[in-house]
Design a protein around this ligand. Structure first.
Ligand SMILES: Nc1ncnc2c1ncn2[C@@H]1O[C@H](COP(=O)(O)OP(=O)(O)O)[C@@H](O)[C@H]1O
Ligand SMILES: N[C@@H](CCC(=O)OP(=O)(O)O)C(=O)O
Length: 363
């Protein structure tokens, strides 16, 4: 497939050293790649991480654990990150523009359209948009935390053809090679085969998401009509080969050829459920069609103290969680009411084990 719009994401573990220094060699190679593909007509949006790691180093402190302190540190590191990148981009005659996004920007249609028009405006002016999460003000409970899912939702936002996730390893292995010495690289992985992979979090202590958030990102991309490649940021000419053919080694997760609404992908992969509704099999069958709302009559049990507007998981007692949705009624009022509990527009089916608790019988 020919690529005319590309989203590239490069993670903390690639852009910073263990000591928290900016890796200008990695950034420069990346920028050269971006410059090369722009010269053949490809528009590029860059998603970067590293603000917290760089901020910790800049302030000369130990990495704290309290979310509020990390948020403040990100504000310092983000300045450093963009200063370094802007200098390197300018060295190639390219201007960048910073956009900081939060998960809700993909759940609220108006915010989504605003973000899209700003991105389109930058691309029209030949500026390279550089995106990170708005860590400084994001609420700890609802932030992405990793930039993989953010990059995937950006690929939906800009109708990209390809999402390139650059990390510290050459792709997805059947188990984490940092923990399993004979782990094998998977060259092509279909979304419905994700449960064959033992994808874990990050063991480096610097990156946030590990491979599990990359697979959640690849699911979002696949359901956005976008192919996803996972490769090492250190592979020679990785950006150019991703556009022209395929970098080796790498893992390709092909698109499912559908484009689901961003709001649905946000609900499925970027929210933190506040409770759980156990429903009967009739309700499950209706919800699986994608065209029915969840009615009170199908709910047999309510867990958690959520209120209207909160995201909840939806499960059957036998097969576990299969969907998420936004409740229209408080938990305390559901069993005594009739009518719609989760409207079909606020409902998303989830892939077991990816970005959700997965399909297991409830205990
Ligand atoms: N199945 C797997 N294949 C490859 N890497 C994995 C797997 N499971 C977990 N990982 C971990 O994911 C890490 C990459 O994610 P992360 O540290 O968050 O990097 P980034 O900052 O690039 O997002 C790898 O270093 C590895 O330890
Ligand atoms: N947004 C934060 C953290 C993001 C992060 O580390 O993500 P990732 O590199 O995808 O594991 C930052 O810039 O430090």
């Amino acid at each position: 497939m020919s690529v005319s719009r590309l989203v590239v994401k490069v993670g903390t573990t690639s852009l910073t050293t263990e000591a928290g220094e900016f890796r200008s060699d990695v950034a420069l190679a990346l920028i050269e790649g971006i410059d090369a593909v722009r010269r053949i007509g490809v528009e590029v949006v860059l998603v970067v991480s590293g603000a917290i790691a760089l901020g910790v180093r800049r302030l000369g402190i130990e990495r704290p654990t309290e979310p509020a302190v990390l948020q403040a540190i990100s504000a310092v590191g983000q300045v450093e990150l963009l200063a370094q990148l802007s200098q390197l981009f300018r060295g190639r005659g390219l201007e960048i523009g910073q956009i900081l996004l939060a998960p809700q920007d993909f759940g609220d249609r108006r915010q989504y359209l605003h973000a899209r028009s700003t991105l389109e405006g930058l691309l029209r002016m030949n500026v390279v948009p550089v995106i990170n999460e708005n860590d400084a003000v994001a609420n700890e409970e609802i932030r992405f935390g990793d930039n993989d899912r953010l990059a995937a939702l950006v690929s939906h936002l800009v109708h990209a053809d390809l999402l390139l996730l650059l990390t510290d390893l050459p792709g997805v292995y059947d188990a984490d090679p940092n923990l399993v010495s004979d782990a094998r690289l998977i060259e092509r992985l279909e979304v419905d085969a994700f449960d064959s992979v033992e994808a874990r979090g990050s063991v480096s202590g610097r990156g946030s998401g590990g491979m599990s958030s990359k697979l959640a990102a690849a699911s979002i991309a696949a359901r956005s009509g976008v192919d996803c490649l996972i490769a090492s940021a250190q592979t020679e000419s990785v950006v150019l080969t991703a556009v022209c053919s395929r970098p080796y080694p790498s893992t390709l997760i092909p698109s499912l050829g559908v484009r689901e609404p961003a709001r649905r992908l946000w609900i499925a992969y970027a929210t933190d459920p506040e409770g759980l509704l156990v429903v009967d099999e009739g309700a499950q069958a209706a919800l699986r069609t994608g065209s029915a709302s969840l009615l009170a009559v199908g709910v047999s049990e309510v867990r958690g103290r959520f209120i209207a507007g909160n995201v909840v998981e939806i499960a059957t007692a036998e097969s576990g969680v299969f969907a998420r949705g936004i409740a229209r009624v408080d938990a305390s009022a559901i069993l005594g009411t009739r009518g719609v509990i989760v409207h079909r527009d606020d409902l998303a089916l989830v892939v077991p084990g990816v970005g959700s608790r997965g399909a297991q019988p409830l205990r």
